[in-house]
Design a protein around this ligand. Structure first.
Ligand code: ATP
Ligand code: MG
Length: 192
């Protein structure tokens, strides 16, 4: 039996908030692996700014050579909306001996009451919540809380900074920034 953390997201782009929450969960919960699950069409928000292929490439680069971080593209290969409920059911079916932990930020903890089939979902998977500035961690649902540094960083903020040609160095891995610049993702103007 393996203990596997799951981190679903748009990763548009991936940033150090995602990486540090994955690392913290890995360490504190003594996980064997953390699987990053890029979503195709998130049910609760607008379409991603860049293609799934580009998000996947950025995520691969962000993870780098950390061997316990993996990408599971299950939601990209499935059509339609990416409901966590369907994802967890499929993962449990294909990995019946493993134990799954679904890692979410406090914004998603607040949003849990609106998740598709949430009452069944909490029976299927253990949620793990990490703090995020401006959001609350109290919830009626069973969530393991982890004490992370609480970084006030989001992909939205990074996209906005890139559009304004402001620096995002140290907010995302250097190699991800190089790819963004090389491919001209997020419509930033000339490089600085
Ligand atoms: P966007 O601004 O586009 O919504 P995001 O930064 O919220 O991007 P997502 O891909 O939406 O990133 O998030 C994936 C998961 O990571 C979610 O559970 C989210 O709560 C969590 N997360 C992202 N950034 C942070 C952060 N800085 N601190 C804690 N959790 C975070
Ligand atoms: Mg988000």
């Amino acid at each position: 039996m393996k203990k596997i953390g799951l981190l679903g997201g748009t990763f548009d782009p991936p940033h150090i908030g995602h990486l540090t929450m994955a690392e913290e969960a890995y360490e504190r919960l003594k996980l064997d692996e953390v699987w990053f699950i890029p979503s195709a069409e998130p049910p609760h928000k607008d379409k991603a700014r860049v293609s799934a292929t580009d998000r996947l490439m950025m995520l691969k680069i962000a993870i780098g050579s950390v061997d316990y971080f993996k990408i599971n593209p299950i939601e990209l290969t499935r059509k339609g909306k990416s409901y966590t409920y369907d994802t967890i059911q499929a993962l449990k079916e294909s990995n019946p001996d493993d134990e799954f932990y679904f890692i979410i930020g406090a914004d998603m903890v607040e949003y849990l009451p609106h998740w598709f089939k949430i009452d069944q979902l909490v029976e299927l998977v253990q949620f793990v919540g990490v703090k995020r500035p401006d959001y609350q961690l109290d919830t009626p649902y069973p969530v393991i809380l982890l004490d992370t540094p609480g970084l006030d960083i989001s992909s939205t903020m990074i996209r906005e900074r890139l559009e304004m040609n402001r620096s995002v160095r140290y907010l995302i891995p250097d190699q991800v920034l190089s790819l963004i610049k090389e491919k001209g993702l997020y419509g930033q103007r000339t490089s600085t």
